[in-house]
Design a protein around this ligand. Structure first.
Ligand code: GDP
Ligand code: MG
Length: 684
């Protein structure tokens, strides 16, 4: 049947809406008193699951076959089963739910509430009354006009049950009774109103009956003075006979509908005070819990139920957002585990957190505030914990990257033609720390309590170790450079001095040695200043330098005192004396010359030079250097070369006499040759 044309906009909108939403009813509690597992699914289908508090619940109560379902279908555009007038079959006991086609209301059709009429016990009546009071804002009580005023009327018995269970629900303990009351609206819909009696008179009669019933309730002592109005608001409506006055019935139904739809009306039924404050996405769980309590015959403590619901839903919501969150976080797990720094990780993590928490807040904040606050804190803690391994990985990778950058930067700077090592190290350290800190600070999520100080300290250790190693390498290179200079400055003067043996030749050699080593030390210390070397490092470098300088000198001296060199020097000296006169002119021997005398003189004078090579023996003994203590790590560390008793000895006595013999033989040969040349000049 078409909904009559409406004048107001909201109604025509509701009508369109109704086309979309009108869906088959759902039996939420079946004849076996089982609660449906499908409510959330249906709420989703009805587009109500995300409506938060923006929905309403209305339930209808009344005797069997009083046209309840007929009324609901007209009033809300629902599709509840209506008893067929031809085949008067019994409608199944249970509670049905259907969404209103005109607003976000859920309509509950409670069948079989009236046990008296059926001759059954009133068990289900109690249970469904408890259930409806715990979840509905408005209770429609459908009542025949002609039954009003008849105390024995079945509906009134039903109301007694409603009042009783309401007291046990909202006033059960002194403590519960002290809480602010959640009110329920009872809307009496008086059917088959003929018009003989005014609605006001009918209302008064009903109110009197209510008061009487209320009075007759046996109340616990702490509720002895409880008033009906504390728990219920009463409202009234009349409808004509549907069959006898179909058009007026339809028009009055449309008028009555306005009280369920138009929020601006003073008699709008869904006043906020009646709302049970159960978010739509938790309604299924809440109702199921309530029903379970009702079945178990337990005291229905609604605040506890709300807390339990809040815990359940907050956990569910947290699990939902965590799942999405984990999927996001997974995208960076692999790169981080493989050692990569993920740029903007902090921003990403903050985004994931923001999405997760705002999604959580949107739904969870509607639940019990204490539970919600606690669960939110748990969620934040868990999400932070889930991210902390990423954060620590990122820090580790940032440390690695910064250390690698430090190595590269340092190497590049040390390739420059000139640099101050200490300055280079401090600049590269600053850069590496900055690059680490920018990653560390960016990825530290605000409020997480995360810290990067420890990783920073580890980075500092790394950088120091790298710098120390590099300084050691550089210092070694520097010592090598100085050593090369020492050798260059030492070799020639030593060669010259030893090629002209004289008693002061050692003084010359050692004076040069002293000057060269002095300037080497100065040059090292000057360069070392740029390396920020420690005193120990300097001491050890200088010691090494001194050892190597001494070994260089010693090596050169050995070279210059090798047999062939000594012999060649002696030969040169001898020839200088024997073959040349004092003016350096080559001699031509004549028979009258004292060849033998000249030979002996030249030979003996030359021989006096040989012992000079035996050991380093300056006339000025002060010039003898203090020998370095050899570094045990030095390869060429023959202890004889550092022992003052042996270090200065160059040619031992046995070799001296060998050299003397060899020299004499060479000198003899020169004499023989000179003699021969003299004889031949005579014979010419
Ligand atoms: P329910 O059991 O209370 O849900 O009643 P139904 O809606 O199934 O209707 C029961 C019977 O009452 C049906 O035969 C309807 O035709 C009839 N009926 C419906 N509306 C009215 C009405 O306004 N007055 C009367 N007297 N009967 C009605
Ligand atoms: Mg029915």
């Amino acid at each position: 049947m078409a909904v009559p044309a409406r004048t107001s906009n909201s109604s025509s909108l509701a009508q369109q809406d109704g086309q979309v939403r009108k869906t088959a009813q759902l039996q939420i509690i079946d004849e076996n008193q089982h609660f449906t597992p499908n409510l959330s699914k249906y709420l989703t289908k009805w587009n109500l699951i995300d409506s938060g508090f923006d929905y309403n619940v209305v339930a209808v109560f009344g005797s069997q076959s009083t046209g309840k379902s007929t009324l609901l279908n007209r009033l809300f555009g629902t599709t509840f089963d209506v008893m067929d007038s031809k085949r008067r079959q019994q409608t199944t006991k249970g509670i049905w739910m259907c969404p209103s086609a005109y607003s976000s209301a859920l309509v509950m059709d409670v069948e079989g509430t009236d046990g008296r009429e059926r001759g059954e016990d009133q068990d289900f009546e109690r249970k469904s009354a408890l259930f409806s009071l715990a979840s509905s804002e408005v209770l429609i009580v459908n009542i025949w006009c002609h039954q009003i005023g008849l105390y024995q009327g079945a509906n009134l018995g039903l109301l007694k049950t409603v009042f009783e269970v309401n007291l046990s629900l909202f006033g059960g303990s002194a403590e519960a009774a002290a809480r602010p009351k959640e009110k329920t609206l009872i809307l009496f819909v008086i059917r088959d109103h003929s018009g003989y009696t005014t609605i006001d008179s009918l209302s008064d009669t009903l109110k009197d009956s209510m008061a009487e019933i209320w009075q007759s309730l046996s109340k616990p002592t702490h509720l002895a003075n409880a008033k009906l109005e504390t728990y219920f608001d009463l409202s009234f409506a009349v409808l004509p006979h549907k069959i006898h006055q179909p058009e007026k019935f339809e028009a009055d139904v449309v008028e009555l509908r306005k009280r369920f739809v138009d929020k601006t009306r003073p008699d709008y039924v869904f006043q906020p005070a009646y709302h049970k404050r159960i978010p739509a996405d938790g309604l299924s769980h809440y109702m199921e819990g309530i029903w379970a309590q009702v079945l178990a015959n337990k005291d229905l403590d609604l605040p506890t139920q709300q807390e339990l619901l809040a815990q359940f839903r907050c956990d569910e919501l947290a699990a939902g957002v965590t799942e999405v969150f984990n999927v996001s976080a997974k995208t960076v797990r692999r790169p981080i585990e493989s050692g990569k720094v993920v740029p903007g990780l902090g921003k990403l993590m903050a985004e994931w957190l923001q999405v997760a928490l705002s999604d959580f807040d949107a739904a969870a904040s509607r639940y019990h505030v204490g539970v919600y606050t606690r669960k939110r804190q748990d969620l934040v803690t868990n999400l932070h914990a889930a991210l902390s391994s990423l954060y620590l990985g990122e820090l580790k990778n940032a440390n690695k990257a910064a250390s690698a950058k430090f190595v590269t930067d340092l190497a590049a700077a040390l390739k420059e033609p000139s640099y101050d090592f200490a300055e280079v190290v401090s600049r590269c350290t600053r850069d590496a720390r900055e690059s680490f800190l920018s990653v560390a600070k960016e990825s530290t999520v605000a409020g997480s309590g995360w810290e990067y100080e420890q990783e920073l300290a580890m980075l500092d250790d790394n950088l120091k170790a790298i710098a120390d190693k590099s300084r050691a390498d550089e210092t070694k290179k520097m010592v090598n450079g100085v050593e090369r200079t020492v050798k260059r400055q030492l070799y020639e003067p030593v060669e010259i001095a030893l090629s002209k043996p004289s008693p002061t030749m050692w003084d010359k050699v050692l004076a040069t040695y002293r000057d060269v080593t002095d300037s080497a030390e100065k040059s090292y210390l000057k360069k070392a200043r740029a390396y920020d070397c420690t005193e120990e490092e300097n001491d050890s470098a200088l010691k090494s330098l001194l050892t190597r300088s001494w070994l260089a000198l010693r090596h050169k001296l050995e070279e210059q005192t090798a047999d062939p060199v000594v012999l060649s020097t002696l030969r040169d000296n001898f020839e200088q004396r024997f073959r040349y006169d004092e003016n350096g002119v080559p001699r031509v021997w004549r028979p009258e010359d004292d060849l033998e005398g000249a030979f002996k003189k030249a030979r003996d004078e030359t021989l006096t030079l040989l012992p000079l090579f035996a050991k380093v023996a300056p006339e000025d003994e002060e010039l003898l250097p203090t020998l370095p203590v050899p570094d045990t790590t030095d390869t060429d560390a023959d202890p004889e070369k550092f022992d003052p008793d042996t270090a200065f000895v160059l040619v031992k006595a046995s070799r001296l006499s060998q050299l003397e013999a060899r020299f004499k033989r060479e000198a003899d040969a020169a004499y023989v040759e000179a003699k021969r040349s003299m004889v031949s000049s005579i014979s010419q």
